[in-house]
Design a protein around this ligand. Sequence first.
Ligand code: COA
Length: 335
Amino acid sequence: MAARTLYTAGITGVGMSFPEKRLTNAELEKLVDTNDQWIVERTGIKERRIVEKGTGSSVHGAKAAEQAMEHAGITPMDVDMIIVPTVTPDMLFPPTAGLIQEKIGAKNAWGFDLEGACSGFIFALQNARAQVEAGHARRVLVIGTEVMSAITDYEDRNTCILFGDGAGAVVVERVDESRGGIIDAINRLDGSGAKYLHMAAGGSLNTPSAETIAAKMHYVYQEGRDVYKFAVKGMAGITAEIVEKNGLTGADVDLFVPHQANIRIIKAAQRRIGLEDSQVCITIDRFGNTTAASIPSALRVALDEGRLKEGHIVVLCAFGAGFTWGSTLLRWTAP
Ligand code: COA
């Protein structure tokens, strides 16, 4: 039996916030044995933004949320729920959702953090959609926010070139069914991927100690080549799946907004459904991989560039640690 839904959910506001400080490839050349040409050719990244030390994820998360609410034309008191996908919460508990709630004054909201690594945003979006469709919430803030610099080893050239800090947020709310809104989502989890990409210490398994710090277990560990293979297969596959499942082809897609992990992974997904460059939103050159913040902030960039209009067919997709991956199909619902 098909799931019973009462309402239609759509994205009606988007926001982003990034720290001012830029970390360029030239600066990384001074930290590790790498060079601008290698980084640009292998990843597409030219620079990323980095917070001042001691800035928690809630800071830019709150700013992105404020811009998303302003765009949607709602006030903090209108928000019923806050979901914060992040791998870098301010603290392991309490939830960063509450810290952001306090900063923005969304006193009527409840909420929680969601850990879905680089797929966190689209997992959270599916949760927000379900709450709105079921009538449990009218307006949900989904805020992907990361301080990846806090868990990045700037002596490890395999990882330090990839990540950046920042935040992106959307307002998901009830919209008229005729406008489309969020149409479909496919989400997946495969825990056998944990060994390839993780942060080993800081949780309950390896509690912080002098040994875990000496062994650099509080930093991102990644077997890049393996992750790359899974990511290409996962992202391209799940993008094609959602497009075909809904009787569409690449020609029907107005904008493809993929998680920004590596330009070559994005191109593979793009080729799989036959998209032109003009149909794809790329921000990795300026922001690097911002984990759960990459898709919502890319949506804001696309909006500012005039590439998101009422009725546009938009496809989101992500792949990340876990492994986690997924795609979302929506018809754009301007505020
Ligand atoms: N600068 C210069 N050389 C580097 C380097 C760097 N920053 N990092 C690695 N290298 C070297 C390697 O040591 C290797 O040298 P070798 O051939 O002498 O052994 C060579 O470059 C190729 O390394 P490899 O790891 O095969 O490169 P790659 O083409 O796979 O690119 C990544 C590395 C990390 C960019 C790529 O694997 C990747 O993007 N993986 C997935 C990342 C991802 O999506 N992660 C998150 C999921 S959200």
